[in-house]
Design a protein around this ligand. Sequence first.
Ligand code: ADP
Ligand code: MG
Length: 263
Amino acid sequence: MVASSVSSSPLSAAQGADLLYIDQLTVSFDGFKALDNLNFRMEVGELRVVIGPNGAGKTTFLDVLTRKVKPTAGKVLFKGQDLRRYSEHEVAILGIGRKFQTPRIYQNLTPRQNLELSLNPRKSVWSTLWGTRKTSQESLDSLLETIGLQDKAGIPAGLLSHGEKQWLEIGMVIAQDPDLLLIDEPVAGMTDRETEATAQLLEILAKEHSIIVIEHDMEFVRSIARKVSVLHEGRLLCEGTVDEVQNDPRVIEVYLGTAKDHH
Ligand code: ADP
Ligand code: MG
């Protein structure tokens, strides 16, 4: 179905199945279009990887979803709700959680304490994730195990490795029980072993959450991706499996900028 045939009602059937429905989204910074008529759709339960050259607009895209950046034009529906009606604070309550690139953990507190502070008091997070009979301590143990920090749950978080801090941050966002988890370049600076563990972590989290991951590391992308969206100059260049996008001449051209030379 083409976007123009979709009615403007947030409740229309065509948009009902989409977790995210983005139509003709433009973000201008002093006339420069970081996003330029971007169309993007995502269903509930997807683990979507977004790639694209530097400056493609990937981070701006996440900034729009968290309401940090306000669109110049276009429509963004999350669970059928027009995001324009929500502030940056409210969008978190609506169910969008973001893991930032720089860790925001309390270095002097333990991983367990950091997770406790992140619990979403408005949602019965633990009943949602792990069944109603578990106590919150048992559930914290489960989350610590999921993020691979059960053996380091009691040491100051400042002593964790770079990768472990990233996992703790992911755990802190999960503790808020988001419907959509946004992660920008999670494996930057990680060792190969940490990168593999992060792929496994995202596979586990994807069973319970919808996730958008931005990442450059194509080996990592290959290990987790079902569907990849390629951004270029603020637009959606193409979408498909890792193989499809890596073999797409348009993608090869924007990444190498030398496709013409090979003809
Ligand atoms: P990516 O994450 O894909 O590398 P960004 O979304 O960070 O790209 O940036 C897209 C483009 O928008 C870049 O050219 C960047 O310089 C520009 N840009 C991003 N944020 C701002 C801003 N606040 N003011 C002006 N230009 C910006
Ligand atoms: Mg970026």
